[in-house]
Design a protein around this ligand. Sequence first.
Ligand SMILES: [Zn+2]
Length: 313
Amino acid sequence: MKPRRAWLLLGFAALGALALFVSRSDANPETIRRVVPGVWFREGDLDQGHCNNVIIEMKDYLIVVDANYPSGARATMADVKRLSNKPVKYVFDTHHHGDHVYGNVLWTQEGATTLAFQAVGQEMKRLEPARWLAAAKTRPDVAELHRDAPEPPKQDIAQEEMVLNDGARKVEFRHFGWAHTRGDGFVYLPKEGVLCTGDAVVNGPHNNLADANIANWPTVLRAADKLKPKYVLPGHGARGGRELIAGQDQFLSELYKAVKAGVDAGKSVEELQASISLPPAVSPWVGDASLKRQVKDTYDEIKQGKPRGDIPQ
Ligand SMILES: [Zn+2]
């Protein structure tokens, strides 16, 4: 742990920000650890906006889950080279958000094929390059690529499932529907019981609902949970087991229920933001600033009768 982080933790503890303290105290940012033989989890630094990465070793090549931001991609590439001499053949984008896809171009320059479920590329067509251009104003790693737009995944997966099996390992790419984003992809290793969730599951107060289908999200989580994974590797925050899926489900379900009750009682969004209280069980997923945004997103979805991601930003 870096000294700066230790002070941060003390600061958070002193402020009584229990949820942040709990999630950050378990954090190992920018470190790579083995989950099972040939599978590694790299926890991204939230302060740099990095997502988590997973590296999967096949007989002759590697698969990387998520491209990350450009700076995260470079850091992950350096770590990957220390792990194995095998080339990265595939980089799977779990969804279209910048912290998961803006590094795409760096991976393809190194010879990898980026791939994602079809709706990832479609969402990028719909929402980019506006977000890329905005990110370039605040992120030097995006600006220094001198591009007008992000690079979309090179290969689309049109079905709901794609399997890679080279005899050494079986890897399933699964789509269970619209949760965090329209194109949400999971990666599942059935033999090892490893599930990579992207941001459909996060560990900590990192939920972004702006492109979500909030009402449908728990349904997606329940489908993923049916796989009964031993290891759950989230898009942000520390890894865990099935309790992460259950906690994420409970957080979203309780949020939706509380906002729906408020809407039914005729409350304004401001009243709801000021008064909402969720059960202590979901506190690891609750952050003060993020909860206000999440209440607004859920309120808009319910009031307008369509998924938050279908409402103009
Ligand atoms: Zn995301």
